[in-house]
Every structure is written in C-alpha cells, then in structure tokens.
Write a protein that binds this ligand. Structure first.
Ligand SMILES: CC(C)(COP(=O)(O)OP(=O)(O)OC[C@H]1O[C@@H](n2cnc3c(N)ncnc32)[C@H](O)[C@@H]1OP(=O)(O)O)[C@@H](O)C(=O)NCCC(=O)NCCS
Length: 192
C-alpha cells in the first residue's frame, strides 16, 4: 500500500469491480481518458481482474485502487505499465471516477504518490503519459508535478465522432521533485 495525506493506493479487490465497471461504462469519463474501451459486461471486468492478479512482479505493471485515506472510499484507479527493463521507462495513467472528487487536488496527490514509488522505490528513469491536449485540468495536474511537454500527437485517436490531438508528457528521474503536502518541495537529489 502507498499512503499519502488524503489518498492511498492499494491492490484492486473483487469488491471494487462493480464501481469500476460502472465508471468504465461512463461515456463522459471515456471521452476524458480518450479510450474506446467499454467493458459493459461484468464478466469482462472479472477477466480484467484475473489478468491483474496474474501480474506478480513489479515490472509487469500494476493497477491500484485509489482510496480516500479518511474512510477508505474508492475514488478511482491509478496504474503503471509498459515497463521496459533496459530503458527503465514506464507509462502511467489515472482517473477519479466521480466529478465531485475532481478539482480538489486528489489527482495531483495521487500521481505524486505514484511518481515517488516509481522513481524512488522501483528506480525508473523516465515516466511518460499521453493526455488529450484540450484536457486542461489533466495537463495542469501533470505540469504542476513537473511533467514536461514532449510533443503533440496530431489526430492521434478517433472517438466521439472526431479525431483528437494528444500531448506526450514525460518526466525524468533527475527532474523529480517530491512536493510536500504542506506546500514544501524536496528535491530527491537522484540523477539516474
Ligand atoms: C485529470 C484528473 C486526474 C486531475 O485530478 P484532479 O484532482 O481533478 O485535479 P487537481 O484538483 O489536482 O487539479 C490539478 C490542476 O488543475 C487545475 N484545475 C482544476 N480544475 C480545472 C479545470 N476544470 N480546468 C482547468 N484546470 C483545472 C487545478 O487548479 C490544479 O492546478 P493548480 O495546482 O495550478 O491550481 C481528474 O480530474 C480525473 O480523474 N479526471 C477524469 C479522468 C481523467 O481525465 N484522467 C486523466 C486522463 S490523462
């Protein structure tokens, strides 16, 4: 389990699957994520869960349940994957399932927690992600944590009747700064 002030990341449990299934079938959330994946049937969610359980080594990637520290309520998921052992380069992603939980700093805190784990514990060299270029809140969240803009992928994905541009963003271990929850910043001082 990874623990911050307001959020914690824990393993996905079977009891989470109903909520995850309903979020995956939310077209508004899919549009923000830029996914076409709709897991409409509970058995597809079960199959996804079985695949998650089959991943035992950290380099195989992880998907975490994001929960509120105060009461354990499930807020969403955060994940890393596509770990290349030679490049030490991973892709990350995150969502909070409900609009009322967004815009309160929880996403920034969650990604900050995941970054600390990846850089400080797993020793990755680079973390990367793709985000819809017009998704201002997500871009701002990643910028605030120190992600750099690495390039625009024009008309990268087609959904909701049109092509969408995506921004490639990335952060190197040498750029990683741990942002304290009280506003202080601590440079990890690592230069991998
Ligand atoms: C994207 C997401 C993870 C961001 O997490 P969040 O908790 O909502 O965002 P935060 O409250 O941490 O805010 C991040 C920054 O965006 C700003 N922001 C908040 N709402 C905003 C909005 N509607 N438009 C623009 N900026 C906004 C905040 O002010 C903050 O910037 P600041 O620190 O300079 O003030 C979350 O909104 C989410 O899960 N959305 C749905 C799924 C999704 O889009 N996932 C990401 C796909 S790449």
């Amino acid at each position: 389990m990874l623990l911050a002030k307001r959020v914690m990341l824990r393993a996905i449990e079977r009891q989470d699957l109903d909520a995850l299934n309903s979020w995956w079938n939310d077209p508004a959330l899919s549009a923000l994520l830029g996914t076409r994946r709709h897991l409409s049937a509970p058995d597809e969610t079960e199959a996804w869960y079985d695949a998650i359980l089959a991943r035992v080594e950290p380099h195989e990637g992880r998907t975490y349940a994001v929960c509120a520290t105060v009461d354990g309520r499930l807020l969403g998921t955060a994940w890393y994957g596509s770990f290349d052992a030679q490049d030490r380069n991973v892709e990350v992603g995150l969502y909070l399932g409900q609009e009322e939980d967004r815009g309160r700093g929880l996403g920034t805190e969650t990604m900050g927690l995941l970054l600390s784990y990846l850089f400080e514990d797993l020793g990755v060299h680079k973390v990367r992600l793709l985000v819809r270029s017009d998704h201002d809140r997500a871009v701002r969240c990643y910028e605030r944590l120190g992600f750099q803009h690495e390039g625009m992928l024009r008309h990268h994905r087609f959904f909701a009747g049109t092509h969408h541009d995506f921004m490639a963003m990335g952060m190197l271990a040498s750029e990683h700064v741990t942002r304290g929850l009280d506003g202080t910043q601590e440079d990890t001082g690592r230069n991998r």
